[in-house]
Design a protein around this ligand. Structure first.
Ligand SMILES: [Zn+2]
Length: 344
């Protein structure tokens, strides 16, 4: 197995420690997970005045989206929200976010390397970071990386085991919700109440962690929200929100194309996903957190699926360095994308 690089900080405590020491950013909100662990929001920049007079549904009913979020003022600053560790066994994004925080705070990542574009980006855009949305799940895994682990290791730790000890698997782990009380080992996918945040009861009572994300999106109306996930040894990709208008999916495709070009130039595998996500299949694809946040805010919300560097999958494993670099390209291209949108 590859040695764990110095910059690879992925634990709940790593994130708390990092946020304790920030000077340029501010931890503006904090809640407790189902298991009583802190979930924190770190903010770079000042919140835009959105002059809200209605919720999104009502604003769209009036034919005027600016009643929900008025982004027309010349001093409006584009805003991005990036969320790590939605599933506790998918913490590659947390590593990248802690390095992004280091860049924003000190001008260098945790390797000591500069990235001028990212370190200066908070001067032009508001950057909101939730490094670890699911600390309960993350805390059930006591090692820092899945690189070099097997597919079965990931299934065990992330989705857990049924009471007879067999792996819950994916997507079968979604057949029961909440999962608490149905497992021998509750996988890191879930918070301590057994809730899979990606498939929470969005129209009903939500878990604290889910509600925190909704509250953050409601308060800031980010121009883009990115949920960072790991997807076994997937070729890195962005998943568009389902049940969203073509214009939103086309906007995401534009970001995907920029990612594709940038990743190719750095010899990193990437793939652009189709417009149709299976909404019209006999059993249509699910209305999950990305779709829910899109319909809540009217702005694109996407899932980024990262390769996790497993040893025995049919698709190739990425190294720590490749996984890390691809995330930093994602942050760079997403920030460029919201800046470009603001100009047009
Ligand atoms: Zn996931």
């Amino acid at each position: 197995m590859e040695n764990i690089p110095v910059y690879w900080k992925s634990g709940v405590d790593d994130a708390i420690e990092m946020l304790k020491n920030v000077k340029r950013g501010k931890v503006t909100a904090e809640i407790r997970s189902a298991g009583g662990r802190p979930v924190q929001l770190l903010v770079y920049g000042d919140k835009n005045e959105l002059n809200r007079t209605a919720n999104l549904s009502c604003a769209l009913g009036a034919g005027d989206k600016s009643c929900y979020a008025d982004k027309s003022k010349p001093d409006y600053k584009p805003t991005i929200l990036i969320v790590g560790c939605v599933h506790g066994g998918e913490f590659e994004g947390t590593v990248a976010l802690l390095n992004l925080i280091s860049l924003l705070e000190t001008g260098a990542d945790l390797k000591g390397e500069a990235n001028e574009f990212l370190s200066k980006s908070a001067e032009r855009v508001n950057i909101l970071i939730i490094p670890c949305l699911n600390p309960d799940g993350r805390s059930r895994i006591d090692f820092p990386s899945f690189v070099g682990k097997t597919f079965e290791d990931l299934r065990y730790y992330n989705q857990g085991t049924w009471k007879d000890g067999t792996l819950c698997g994916w997507p079968e782990c979604k057949k029961i919700h909440p999962m608490k009380g149905h497992c021998e080992f509750l996988g890191a996918y879930f918070n301590d109440d057994g809730v899979n945040i990606m498939h929470d009861d969005f129209f009903g009572r939500k878990a604290n962690e889910t509600q925190f994300l909704f509250d953050t999106v409601d308060m800031y109306s980010p121009d883009y929200t990115i949920l960072l996930h790991g997807g076994t040894n997937t070729v890195n990709c962005i998943l568009k929100p389902s049940y969203a208008p073509d214009a939103v999916k086309e906007d995401v495709t534009e970001l995907e194309n920029a990612m594709m070009a940038h990743c190719e130039s750095k010899n990193l595998a990437y793939h652009v996903t189709p417009m149709d996500r299976g909404e019209n299949k006999p059993t249509p694809c699910s209305f999950n957190l990305t779709s829910a946040l899109y319909h809540f805010s009217g702005e694109p919300c996407v899932t980024y699926e990262s390769n996790q560097g497993l040893t025995n999958c049919s698709s190739p494993a990425m190294t720590h360095d490749e996984i890390y670099r691809a995330h930093m390209i994602l942050f760079e291209e997403a920030i460029k994308h919201i800046e470009k949108k603001e100009e047009s």
